[in-house]
Write a protein that binds this ligand. Structure first.
Ligand SMILES: Nc1ncnc2c1ncn2[C@@H]1O[C@H](COP(=O)(O)OP(=O)(O)OP(=O)(O)O)[C@@H](O)[C@H]1O
Ligand SMILES: [Mg+2]
Length: 112
């Protein structure tokens, strides 16, 4: 199992959600966060000090999927989240050791 973590534009969340629901994803978690990437935001001045790093509001989508689904899910998220401009976001793929459904104590793929 892998967790696909995508940090995307907040205004893209509905499109990404629909894309994932349409390919049969059965659970996902989202959260609001702030971050910056390669461009480090714009340089601004505040009370004489120069700030080189500006955080931007983003949304993180987390989906745990079977190993074989990872490439397809990454592709679906990319297609839905891409504008082609800088700041479209980034996807991180991480290994997941186990999943436990609390209600039934099912584990692993059965608990997803
Ligand atoms: N190396 C990183 N580590 C952790 N989070 C990152 C990293 N790079 C980007 N992020 C997160 O992803 C968000 C979007 O990044 P962004 O799309 O600007 O990446 P980028 O590498 O600058 O690509 P682009 O050139 O397309 O803008 C950031 O606001 C930050 O939250
Ligand atoms: Mg960037």
């Amino acid at each position: 199992m892998k967790k696909v973590e995508a940090i995307i534009h907040a205004y893209k969340i509905e499109e990404v959600k629909l894309a994932l629901v349409n390919v049969g994803i059965i659970g996902m978690t989202i959260s609001e966060l702030k971050g910056f990437g390669n461009q480090k935001g714009v340089t601004t001045r505040y009370r004489g000090n120069e700030y080189k790093v500006e955080f931007a509001s983003k949304i993180k989508v987390e989906v745990v999927v079977d190993d074989e689904q990872v490439d397809y899910i990454v592709q679906q998220i990319s297609l839905a989240a891409r504008t082609g401009e800088i700041g479209d976001g980034k996807i991180f793929v991480r290994p997941i050791n186990n999943v436990i459904r609390i209600r039934t104590s099912e584990q692993g793929v059965a608990a997803m």
